[in-house]
Design a binder for this molecule. Structure first.
Ligand code: PLP
Length: 344
């Protein structure tokens, strides 16, 4: 009799893969060295207890995914957009820019070198994490002798959030302030995100949505995803400014909604009331994909969004985006790039 047990789901946990790609910045030459691979456990290029990354949070990250298609080929989703955003984050953090072509090379290589870890079609994705971090040094000053390392590692992942999540409206802690680094993908943005997520869990919710720190009124984002609402078939999402991460999934969904579905999309300041009165709400990100929000807790009251299930437009957008990523829909915007032809 065949084994009928369903395969365990991958989940979102770190799993060891084979090779990590590195490049080292030479402060004397003011140049990044070649991209090279080292074993997952090779500590030679890791951050030390004296590193500016560990002591002063001089660390910037990215998140990219590679998808296995039905024919076995593997495609990377919009790595050029991540290369640009990484450099925007590095610029904002006064760290040396990492050439886009080196970024693309490292992302390609990490997928090629770990190709056997890419989950099969529709079973998950290879999550690719580029990180740039400061080397050894003391003091909060721009040390011209400080070295930097870029590491690009990868791990297979399944779902980050289940569908139909509940959100806690976080009114006491804000993730980012105007004039701060909230729009950069800096590691320093994540401790507050983690705190708000833990507070949300205590409230019986999956995740938190933070509000602006100035008026404590306008929606910002989730701990690792952007937010959209749908009202009367029109999409709304908070305007980015300098407190919200410009998500690449957010940008992809705006493009799909406008150009494929012919829907109106407005980027504007959105209030909690607008969320509570929405027909549909969802969050989106590389890890989160498109996840519907079915309930919102504000204070001690739960509110149901729409009919409490994944809405029609949310479903269409989810299917469109994942359809492109897994090769079931035509890649009309040229977002996919082939990682390796040799995989059968
Ligand atoms: N906002 C935050 C704070 C994130 O960490 C992420 C995830 O990367 C996003 C939004 C979504 O961005 P992207 O769609 O580029 O993954």
């Amino acid at each position: 009799m065949p084994d009928e047990k369903p395969k365990p789901k991958l989940g979102f946990k770190l799993k060891k893969t084979k090779l990590v790609m590195y490049s080292i910045y030479c402060p004397e030459k003011k140049r990044w060295g070649p991209v090279f691979g080292a074993a997952w456990n090779d500590r030679r290029y890791w951050a030390s207890p004296w590193s500016a990354a560990v002591n002063y949070a001089r660390s910037v990250i990215e998140g990219v995914k590679a998808f296995g298609h039905e024919d076995g080929q593997v495609f990377i989703f919009r790595p050029n957009a991540n290369a640009k955003r990484l450099n925007n984050s590095l610029f904002g953090m006064l760290m040396p820019r990492f050439p886009e072509e080196k970024f693309i090379e490292a992302v390609y290589d990490v997928v090629k070198e770990n190709i056997e870890f890419v989950p099969k079609y529709r079973e998950g994705a290879l999550y690719i994490r580029p990180v740039v971090f400061g080397g050894d040094g003391l003091g909060i000053a721009l040390d011209p002798d400080l070295s930097y390392t870029t590491a690009v590692w990868s791990t297979p992942v399944g779902e980050y959030l289940q569908s139909d999540i509940s959100l806690w409206v976080e009114r006491e802690i804000t993730r980012a302030m105007p004039g701060g680094i909230g729009a950069l993908k800096a590691a320093a943005n994540y401790p507050l995100a983690l705190i708000t997520r833990e507070r949300a869990k205590k409230q019986g919710c999956h995740d938190a949505v933070t509000l602006d720190g100035q008026y404590v009124k306008y929606l910002q984002e989730l701990t690792g995803a952007n937010i959209f609402i749908v009202k009367n078939n029109i999409l709304f999402t908070p305007i980015i400014g300098d407190t919200i991460l410009p998500g690449i999934t957010r940008d992809s969904l705006i493009t799909l909604a406008r150009n494929v579905l012919g829907l109106k999309v407005f980027e504007k300041r959105l209030t909690v009331e607008e969320l509570l009165n929405a027909d549909e709400a969802y969050c989106c990100g590389t890890a989160a994909s498109v996840t519907s929000i079915s309930r919102v807790k504000d204070g001690d009251k739960f509110y149901t969004i729409g009919n409490g299930k994944q809405g029609r437009i949310t479903k269409i957008l989810h299917n469109l985006l994942t359809g492109i990523q897994f090769g079931d829909h035509e890649d009309v915007f040229g977002w996919l790039t082939l990682a390796d032809r040799s995989r059968s």
